[in-house]
Design a protein around this ligand. Structure first.
Ligand SMILES: Nc1nc(=O)[nH]c2c1ncn2[C@H]1C[C@H](O)[C@@H](COP(=O)(O)OP(=O)(O)O)O1
Length: 267
């Protein structure tokens, strides 16, 4: 097995759905094994480490030891995170964090999947386009924003939707806390699903309530052509689409077209 693994230069490979093996540089090192009980469908984890080529149970759960602030601004800070890896080695990581995280809220922010339903119109996903300074260009995103102190994800979503798009909606679902860019930052979001009754008088002339420095364009994209319409926009304009948005669009296409095949994308 180890000889076979030595031939594999991949850092992470899966063997027979039983073993997950990583190789480091030239030396194959079994870092952990995943044992699946096909009958029960239960997933059991066994931490393994190799010492002298033999698999042994690792003694350490990976964990953070220390977090030191290297630099801090009003909104963002940079920390040096000291942690112990699964094989027991102490390492460091450069971590970006928001300074605004509330102790009593589950996620930093919300993203809003808002579906506008109107008589005699196609159902449309409500999207926003805005200049994002870190990107140096405009992005196409779901409406989004930070969760205020003592605010639920659902309340934050309805507030942000109203502010950024002018629409009033009804929450139909909230996702678990999800991470956004875990190799860089601890930022988390919950996606909130919102239905908007576009025939309701309060939604006939939606008026944004933007704060100072906020400039947001609202873009309505028909749900049944979501990916195509995004692709058209990307071709026309110098914008970057949020990965959550694009993967959702690809999922929609795949679900409707060929559920068992990955979508082939034009470059
Ligand atoms: N990283 C940030 N740098 C800033 O200079 N200002 C920032 C950052 N993140 C948020 N903000 C400011 C901008 C707004 O005035 C408030 C609230 O932002 P919110 O609308 O909730 O979230 P976004 O839509 O993601 O900006 O915070």
């Amino acid at each position: 097995m180890i000889t076979f693994l030595n031939a594999c230069r991949a850092r992470f490979i899966e063997v027979d759905q039983f073993l997950t093996i990583s190789t480091l540089a030239d030396q194959a090192v079994c870092t952990r094994a995943v044992v699946t009980s096909a009958k029960s469908g239960n997933l059991k984890w066994r931490k393994m480490s190799n010492e002298g080529g033999n698999l042994k149970k690792a003694t350490t759960e990976p964990h953070v030891v220390k977090e030191e602030v290297i630099a801090a601004g009003k909104w963002v800070k940079l920390e040096k995170t000291t942690y112990v890896d699964p094989s027991g080695n102490t390492r460091t990581w450069e971590t970006a964090k928001r300074t605004t995280r509330q102790a009593n809220t589950k996620a930093d922010g919300v993203g809003i999947f808002a579906l506008l339903k109107r008589t005699l119109h196609k159902d449309c996903v409500v999207m926003v386009k805005q200049f994002r300074p870190p990107m140096g260009c405009c992005t196409l995103e779901f409406p989004a924003g930070l969760i205020d102190d003592n605010e639920s994800a659902a309340t934050a979503a309805l507030r942000e939707l109203k502010e950024e798009t002018g629409y009033t909606g009804e929450v139909v679902g909230v996702t678990p806390v999800t991470c956004l860019d875990p190799g860089l930052s601890n930022c988390t979001t919950q996606i909130v699903m919102v239905n908007i009754n576009g025939d309701d008088p309060e939604n006939l002339n939606p008026t944004q309530q933007l704060g100072d420095g906020e400039f947001v364009d609202v873009i309505l994209l028909p749900l049944n052509e979501f990916q195509n319409k995004i692709d058209e926009l990307l071709q026309k304009e110098n914008i970057i689409v949020d990965s959550k948005v694009y993967i959702y669009a690809m999922g929609m296409t795949q679900a409707f077209a060929k559920p068992n095949e990955l979508p082939v994308l034009k470059q």
